[in-house]
Design a protein around this ligand. Structure first.
Ligand SMILES: Nc1ncnc2c1ncn2[C@@H]1O[C@H](COP(=O)(O)OP(=O)(O)OP(=O)(O)O)[C@@H](O)[C@H]1O
Ligand SMILES: O=P(O)(O)O[C@@H]1O[C@H]([C@H](O)CO)[C@@H](O)[C@H](O)[C@@H]1O
Length: 163
């Protein structure tokens, strides 16, 4: 049997060592968002496609598995590993690069990338976030995108567990 090469989307998964060079090669304005994205759903896909429209490239900071544990989503979370969550996001046409962060918030990663636009979903009060304050220090902007589809990983897991 012929072994096929890895699909090209895998190249969008970026390590911290490669990060600065990969960011420098992306077109600006650069949009950044972050999250756990544990079980990818339609709300995520729509939100990320809309986020991409704010600029010329979209980078996602993905919470590492240890970082998810700090967020209080439950001892059994994440369901999907950091490698799988990154790869699924990278498979989306809207996404240009994914990179892990290991802390409770992505502020150190954002300080390194210096995005032009910071985006979160409408479940966040964007003006209260440290991320928003930070991007504004170099003239960046921050926006929250309202939900078009009421979906969540937690609801999906509840449905599965009720079977
Ligand atoms: N239904 C949705 N529509 C649009 N954006 C969403 C939706 N759900 C989550 N987001 C956004 O996607 C990003 C990742 O969210 P997150 O991983 O918390 O998803 P979730 O499905 O709500 O998960 P959980 O139930 O574990 O909190 C966040 O920026 C969040 O604002
Ligand atoms: O997937 P979530 O739970 O929406 O992502 C979290 O977002 C937090 C947000 O940026 C406010 O700080 C972040 O701190 C946390 O690490 C998750 O990425």
């Amino acid at each position: 049997m012929t072994l096929l090469p890895l699909p090209s989307f895998e190249s969008k998964v970026c390590s911290l060592t490669q990060l600065d060079a990969r960011i420098a090669a992306l077109p600006r304005p650069l949009v950044f968002t972050n999250g756990v994205f544990d079980i990818l759903h339609r709300g995520h896909a729509t939100y990320l496609a809309q986020a991409r429209e704010f600029g010329a490239s979209l980078v996602i900071g993905v919470n590492s598995d240890t970082s998810v544990k700090l967020l209080g989503k439950g001892n059994d979370r994440p369901i999907n590993t950091e490698a799988d969550r990154q790869a699924l996001l990278a498979a989306l046409a809207s996404v240009d690069l994914t990179v892990l962060f290991t802390e409770q918030t992505p502020v150190n990663l954002i300080a390194r990338i210096r995005p032009d636009i910071y985006i979160k979903g409408g479940d966040y009060e964007i003006d209260t976030l440290e991320e928003t304050r930070l991007v504004k220090t170099w003239g960046g902007k921050a926006f929250a995108i309202p939900f078009l589809y009421e979906r969540s990983t937690t609801t999906l897991l509840g449905k599965i567990r009720a079977q």
